[in-house]
Design a protein around this ligand. Structure first.
Ligand code: DGY
Length: 332
């Protein structure tokens, strides 16, 4: 009998066909009315789950007693409780690599948009306010040659560093668990403490994954270290920054501006003070949201899920300990 897979994110016809050949597939639109209730109903018979943008809490997964694997269509896996999955022996996979360059493009879109006031000035033109050559109050800031500070130097951090170094001639500073000699060599980058990075960089770009360690990493004290002319760019997770402290610092104009793709609460509430600040460019978590990349991510997740459900090690396994235990308990 075919295994039962529940897809809780829309997939392309090609991927649906691939899944249908291999498994018994239920597709649930969790954004629609009663979507969550329908997901809960489907869970008891599910062997596999594929999707993203939903916190799969232990309470929810307790209903999925047959669950063997979850394929997340995302690189971040903060929506899953790894201890719980380990306890249940459920394999979790993600989609690294395929989105790296697209997310780095998004970081640069935010760097350029904030520094050159692209959104604010495009709105100015649309509002019919462009009556004569603009004056100094509407000038922006240069990006090329400015210092780029990158917090977290994984795949995405490196792709941002490459753009900054070779595209914009920017000196690169970075902070991560430890210095990375290959990064220092390739981008003439300098490893430094978080405090030094915050106080020296013109653009501070956050790329660390959300974890217990990084939650609230950038709070009031850290924001106070930013230079007056600095911009803060966040393309990782909203909770890495203390949003209340960020709003206060921006309202007080302690630094130049912020490009934010992620927020403590998403979608960003319509009464967020961030929306009233002209020096903020806010985008709706679009880091990887291009047609090509989202399809690539979904394809990668399907590969991971089908591998897991046919007894093969998923290529992008987040919790290899679960796999090792499975192989020890049930050797092939
Ligand atoms: C990811 O893949 O983690 C991106 O943030 C999209 O969710």
């Amino acid at each position: 009998m075919k295994k039962h897979v529940v897809a809780y994110k829309a997939l392309s016809p090609a991927l649906l066909e691939r899944l249908r050949e291999a498994v018994d597939l239920s597709c649930i639109d969790i954004t629609g009315e009663s979507g969550l209730a329908r997901l809960e109903e489907a869970l008891p018979t599910a062997h596999g789950l594929i999707g993203s943008s939903l916190k799969l809490t232990p309470a929810l997964l307790d209903k999925a007693l047959q669950l063997e694997a979850i394929a997340s269509i995302s690189v971040g896996y903060d929506n899953y409780d790894l201890d719980y999955l380990a306890h249940r022996g459920i394999l979790l996979s993600n989609t690294p690599d395929v989105l790296t360059e697209t997310v780095a493009d998004t970081a640069f879109a935010l760097i350029l948009a904030t520094a050159r006031r692209v959104v604010e000035l495009a709105d100015y033109v649309k509002a019919g306010k462009w009556q004569r050559s603009i004056g100094e109050p509407l000038f922006g800031n240069d990006v090329h040659g400015k210092t780029l500070g990158i917090i977290g130097m994984g795949r995405i951090g490196s792709a941002i560093a490459r753009r900054g170094r070779f595209g914009f001639g920017m000196p690169i500073l970075y902070n991560s668990h430890s210095p990375k000699p290959e990064v220092d060599r390739e981008f003439s980058a300098r490893y430094c403490s978080l405090d030094d990075l915050l106080s020296e960089a013109d653009f501070v770009c956050i790329t660390v994954p959300l974890s217990e360690e990084t939650s609230g990493l950038i709070g009031a004290r850290q924001l106070a270290l930013l230079k007056q002319e600095a911009f803060l760019i966040n393309i990782s997770r909203g909770k890495v920054v203390d949003e209340a402290a960020l709003i206060e610092a921006l309202q007080a104009k302690r630094f130049q501006g912020a490009g934010l793709d992620v927020f403590e609460k998403e979608p960003l509430p319509s009464d967020s003070p961030l929306l009233n600040l002209p020096q903020v460019v806010a985008t709706p978590h679009i880091g990887s949201a291009t047609h090509g990349t989202r399809e690539g991510m979904a394809r990668c997740a399907v590969d991971n899920l089908l591998a897991a459900l046919t007894g093969k090690r998923p290529p992008d396994l987040v919790n290899p300990d679960v796999w090792t235990r499975r192989m020890t308990d049930h050797p092939k």
